[in-house]
Write a protein that binds this ligand. Structure first.
Ligand code: C2E
Ligand code: CA
Ligand code: CA
Length: 321
């Protein structure tokens, strides 16, 4: 069956010449495609601006790495009961000379499309490893740093060598590095991915499934991949204090993780109420006492390294009261 996506621009509002009108209709047509195809969209100024910003970012990404425009922020992951930091997530930011701080939500997808993610990913890994190694030497950290790995990086032929090389170069023991991977289209159980993840695991690096429970959930890979932890997506935490179903889903996920011998992190904890519900769930569902990790704005937003030192010195965030 054939479907059509249509973009419309109107004279003179969207352009005074045929060339401009057609260009803008084209932008509207691509928007129609991105909205699931088989529909019709009108051109608007904001659509045009969005498109030119994307093109601009796409072009600027090339120089951004050369000009050291990327920085890494750190967010603590703490024990649900004691509030002690159990790991540190490294999150990249782009300090754009014109737009200021750009969220990774905006530029990572573009970097993945264009392949720039390979270079950015390596930069984040090196920075995070060097930083944690330094904190360990200073006696500030005794926990792993968690770095996000894009599925695009799986296709980098020397990925494992790059990672082990950086560990050596920065003097960080592999037990102090964790990699977060998302369940996505690329997370097929292809032999290539399985053997890659096994090699990382054999090198002593722990693997976390990020954003667990949304998108391409397949329980199949949980038993095929050497995964030690699942990070339950913020989507399930958002209404946990008001929605009983969300709490029930969390219980089921805990039980599953425990049966598979995996640890759990709940991300996106923003309020005291959410934390309290999470604490109560643990006791209801898990007979064998086992704690889990929580991460979210309630404890701390991702912050620059200098600021993170303060958190490491504090050690106990929002200590259980
Ligand atoms: P993610 O891996 O799921 O990272 C967690 C995101 O949730 C971060 O957004 C963090 O700031 C945000 N967050 C933390 N606590 C809370 C909370 O309590 N409430 C809410 N609403 N949000 C919270 P951020 O830093 O904007 O990163 C967005 C995404 O960009 C990340 O999602 C990750 O997928 C990607 N990303 C970030 N850094 C890197 C990187 O170095 N490499 C790759 N490949 N992807 C990255
Ligand atoms: Ca993550
Ligand atoms: Ca996540």
């Amino acid at each position: 069956s054939i479907t059509a996506s249509m973009g419309v621009s109107i004279f003179p509002r969207d352009g005074k010449t045929a060339g401009v009108l057609i260009k803008n209709a084209d932008i509207a047509m691509y928007h129609a495609k991105s909205q699931g195809k088989n529909n019709c969209q009108f051109y608007s100024l904001s659509l045009g601006m969005e498109r030119s910003k994307k093109l601009l970012l796409e072009n600027n990404l090339q120089n951004a790495a050369d000009n050291n425009e990327f920085i890494v922020h750190y967010q603590p992951i703490v024990d649900v009961n004691t509030g002690k930091i159990i790991s540190i997530e490294a999150l990249v930011r782009w300090v754009h000379p014109k737009f200021g701080l750009i969220s990774p939500m905006e530029f990572i997808p573009i970097a993945e499309e264009t392949g720039h993610i390979i270079r950015i990913g390596e930069f984040v890994l090196r920075t995070a490893c060097r930083q944690n190694s330094q904190w360990i030497k200073m006696g500030l950290s005794s926990v792993p740093v968690s770095v996000n790995l894009s599925p695009v990086q799986f296709h980098q032929p020397d990925l494992v060598e790059m990672i082990t090389g950086i560990l050596k170069e920065t003097g960080l023991d592999s037990s102090f590095l964790q990699l977060e991977i998302t369940e996505g289209a690329a997370m097929t159980d292809s032999n290539m991915v399985v053997s890659l993840l096994n090699r990382l695991h054999d090198n002593g690096i722990k693997l976390i499934i990020d954003d667990f429970g949304i998108g391409y959930s397949s329980l199949n890979y949980l038993k095929k991949f050497p995964v030690s932890m699942i990070k339950i997506d913020k989507f399930f935490i958002r209404n946990i204090a008001s929605n009983e179903n969300d709490a029930a889903v969390m219980c089921a996920l805990f039980a599953m993780a425990q049966a598979l011998g995996m640890k759990v992190i709940a991300e996106g904890v923003e309020t005291r109420e959410q934390l309290e519900v999470l604490r109560s769930l643990e006791f209801k569902t898990i007979d064998k006492f086992e704690s889990f990790g929580v991460q979210g704005f309630y404890f701390s937003r991702p912050v620059p390294a200098e600021e993170f030192i303060g958190l490491l010195k504090d050690q106990k965030l929002k200590e259980s009261v």
